[in-house]
Design a protein around this ligand. Structure first.
Ligand code: NAP
Length: 289
C-alpha cells in the first residue's frame, strides 16, 4: 500500500501516517527482558506494508528504540524511508546537541535523519544556541529537516525566528480526546504558517479504538470503518495534520492502514470536532510548553 504524502508550500513533504516507537525496547529505561525480535519484526512488517515514516527518539528506552529501528531497517533502501528522531531537552546546548545527533545516527546506523525534532523546549537553554546547533547539523547534511515537538505558538515562533531554515513540523499530542492544539490556536497557526502538525497518540493508546460512543459508533457504521480508523482518518483529513501510531501487533497495523486512502465528509469531521464526548483541553501526558 502507498501511504499518501502531505506537502507544505515550502516543498517539504512527508507521509501522512507513520510508525511510532515509544515503548519499544523499554520505556524511560531500556528493558533487558524486552522482546527485541518481536518488535523488530513489527517495524519490518510495517515497512513491508508501505510504512516509510518511522519515529523514534534518543530518550526512548535510553536509545534502545533507536537501536531496534537501526536493526529493523537493515536491508531496506534508506532513500525510501523517512526516519525521524528527537533530541531530549537536557541536550539542547550546542555541543550536547551535536553529540546527541551523532549518537542517534550511530544507533540507527544511518548517515542522516530526514527530520530531527527538539523533543520539548528547555527554558534553561537559550533557543538561539539550540537552533544554531540544528542549523549546523543541517548544513553538514546530517539532518535533512528541522522540527520541534510539544512547542506552543510562542515557542514555535521564537524558534522559527532563530533559524534561517524552515521549521517544517511540530509534533504534539492531538486526537479526538486531546484538543490542546485547537484550543491554544496552534493548529490554526500551523495551517496559516505552512508547518505540519504531527499528531502523536492518535488512538490514545487504544482508548479510541473502542466502541460505545454513540457519535463515533454512528460514523463508523456510515463508513464501515472501525473506531481506530475513524480516529486516525479524522486527524489525517485535516489541513496540515499528519499522524503516527505505535502498532507492533499485526492486527493493529492492518486496521490502522485501513484509516487511509478514503475521505471523511467535512461535516462529519466537524461533528466529531464539536461533539466528541470527554474532550480535554490540555494534554495530561506532555502539555505544550
Ligand atoms: N513527541 C512526543 O513527546 C511524543 C509523545 C508520545 C508519543 N510520541 C510518538 O507518537 C507515537 C504514537 O503515540 P503512542 O505510541 O504514545 O500512542 P498510540 O499510537 O495512540 O497507541 C499505541 C498503543 O495502542 C495500541 N494500538 C495501536 N493501534 C491500535 C488499534 N487499532 N486498536 C487497539 N490498540 C491499538 C498499540 O499496541 P501494539 O503496539 O501492541 O500494536 C500501543 O499499545 C509514539 O510511539 C511516539 O513515536 C511522541
Amino acid at each position: 500500500m502507498t501511504i499518501p504524502l502531505k506537502s507544505l508550500k515550502s516543498g517539504f513533504s512527508m507521509p501522512i501516517f507513520g510508525f511510532g516507537t515509544w515503548r519499544i525496547g523499554g520505556d524511560y529505561q531500556k528493558n533487558p527482558l524486552n522482546p527485541d525480535k518481536e518488535q523488530i519484526a513489527g517495524i519490518r512488517r510495517a515497512i513491508n506494508n508501505g510504512i516509510t515514516h518511522i519515529d523514534t527518539a534518543e530518550m526512548y528506552a535510553q536509545g534502545h528504540a533507536e537501536e531496534l529501528v537501526g536493526r529493523a531497517i537493515k536491508g531496506y533502501d534508506r532513500k525510501k524511508l523517512f526516519i525521524v528522531s528527537k533530541v531530549w531537552p537536557t541536550h539542547l546546548k550546542f555541543e550536547d546537541l551535536l553529540r546527541s545527533a551523532a549518537a542517534s545516527l550511530k544507533r540507527i546506523k544511518t548517515d542522516y535523519l530526514d527530520l530531527y525534532l527538539i523533543h520539548m523546549p528547555n527554558p534553561e537553554v537559550p533557543l538561539t544556541e539550540t537552533l544554531s546547533a540544528m542549523d549546523k547539523l543541517k548544513e553538514d547534511g546530517l539532518i535533512k529537516n528541522i522540527g520541534v515537538s510539544n512547542f506552543t505558538v510562542k515557542t514555535l515562533t521564537a524558534a522559527q525566528n532563530l533559524t534561517h531554515n524552515k521549521i517544517v513540523a511540530n509534533q504534539v499530542h492531538y486526537n479526538l480526546i486531546y484538543r490542546e492544539p485547537e484550543i491554544s490556536g496552534l493548529l490554526e497557526f500551523c495551517q496559516k504558517n505552512d508547518v505540519l502538525l504531527v499528531a502523536w497518540r492518535p488512538v490514545e493508546k487504544g482508548i479510541l479504538a473502542k466502541t460505545g460512543t454513540e457519535l463515533l459508533d454512528g460514523i463508523c457504521a456510515k463508513y464501515a470503518k472501525t473506531s481506530a480508523q475513524i480516529a486516525i482518518n479524522w486527524l489525517a483529513s485535516q489541513k496540515n495534520v499528519i499522524t503516527l501510531a505505535k502498532m507492533v501487533d499485526k492486527n493493529h497495523l492492518l486496521e490502522n492502514l485501513g484509516a487511509l486512502n478514503w475521505q471523511m465528509d467535512k461535516r462529519d469531521i466537524e461533528k466529531l470536532r464539536q461533539f466528541f464526548p470527554g474532550q480535554k483541553q490540555v494534554s495530561e501526558a506532555v502539555p505544550l510548553a
